[in-house]
Design a protein around this ligand. Structure first.
Ligand SMILES: [Zn+2]
Length: 365
């Protein structure tokens, strides 16, 4: 097919959609390949979550819901989201990975309430948590997010990310996509929101998972929506953030003392302190190993030797996360060696914490 015919097809597709959507953007690099819906569907044979009536729902407290994604798939599956119903409208937490998923999330909310969605809070700027945001924006919600949108995923620009992500989700799921993660209400520090008499704290944990991390804390219900600072298997990604900030963010969650934590991915943590401790032990052990390797002059390649290889084409599988985090933390420790190293007291505090971890208690130096 010529580029001109393909472009004409894309324009026809846009025109056909115009009746339904106010604003539709087909990612530029896709338009040359947008032949027919049938061809596209055959290229992306997959389960389409937008054919689901609703996602599973879990009421954590009166009017506070977790919308559960996949469990047992680490961070590869559909993420979690949530929402809070107040007399003045609904506050949604995270928008899922596509307009298709956003539409099902909206239908899921509508099984509970007809109230308008006032706010959408984004816990960070990864596409699996934000690419459904346009659905809520078009429904009138104001977006609350950290203004720092930088991640490795969009390092080559927003168009490239939208195009790549369409390859992951499929064009049908991405129908109606436009970026909507730039905040209407930018939040850079802890901020209290009172909606319909409900207290909703937007917590800034620091650049732990990404530079734009936020968490949502309901002090009266003691529920925290932690974003990807917590994930079900305790191996939180730090390649867009840092391990020091991750440790600080975990301490922050401990200080909140939540009754329930909703991780970014996977099953609910009904004993949040346990998931926090597991995550902390993983981070501390990795920092300890890499700090020793750097201090002993062990090359990065050798330092990574103990780890299984990363999985091809699965950048966030468990093995890929372990390896990518290790690379990141090795570099952090190199930087620390070259620059202003942490104080002896800080190192001793980390060693003491690590000594309480299950595999390290007995043989900690
Ligand atoms: Zn993420």
């Amino acid at each position: 097919m010529t580029l001109r015919r393909a472009t004409a097809a894309a324009i026809a597709l846009l025109a056909a959609r115009g009746a339904h959507a106010q604003q539709t953007i087909v990612p530029r690099s896709l338009s040359a390949d947008s032949a027919t819906r049938a061809a596209i569907a055959s290229r992306y044979p997959r389960d389409r979550s937008d054919t689901l009536p609703a996602f599973p729902l879990h009421e954590l407290a009166p009017g506070v819901y977790a919308v559960l994604g996949d469990t047992g798939r680490g961070v590869e599956g559909r993420p979690n989201a949530g929402f809070v119903v107040t007399p003045a409208g609904v506050v949604v937490i995270d928008a899922l990975a596509s307009p298709g998923e956003g539409r099902v999330l909206m239908r899921t909310i509508r099984t509970v309430t007809r109230a308008p969605v006032r706010y959408l809070v984004l816990t960070h700027h990864h596409p699996d948590h934000t690419f459904g945001a346009i659905v809520f924006k078009r429904a009138g919600a104001r977006v609350i997010a950290h203004p720092d949108r930088r991640t490795l995923a969009n390092i080559d620009g927003d168009d490239r990310l939208a195009s790549d992500w369409t390859g992951v989700m499929g064009l049908e799921q991405m129908r109606g996509f436009a970026y909507a993660d730039t905040p209407d209400i930018p939040v850079r520090r802890d901020t209290m929101l009172v909606v319909g008499g409900r207290r909703i704290e937007i917590v800034r944990p620091g650049p732990a998972h990404t530079p734009g991390d936020l968490m949502v804390w309901l002090p009266n219900e003691r529920v925290v929506f932690a974003g990807d600072v917590l994930v079900e298997d305790g191996v939180s990604m730090m390649v867009d953030g840092s391990s020091a900030a991750m440790l600080a963010a975990l301490s922050r969650i401990d200080a909140l003392d939540p009754r329930v934590a909703v991780p970014g991915h996977g099953r609910l943590a009904t004993h949040p302190a346990t998931l926090v401790a597991t995550t902390r032990c993983y981070v501390l052990a990795l920092r300890d190993t890499m700090r020793r390797a750097v201090a002993d002059g062990v090359r990065m390649g050798l330092a990574l030797d103990q780890l299984p290889p990363a999985d091809r084409d699965r950048p966030v599988s468990l093995h890929s996360r372990l390896r990518r985090n290790a690379v990141r933390v090795y570099s952090e420790m190199e930087q620390a060696l070259l620059g202003s190293s942490p104080s002896k007291a800080a190192l001793a505090a980390e060693a003491r914490q690590l000594a309480t971890c299950p595999q390290h208690g007995s043989n900690a130096r």
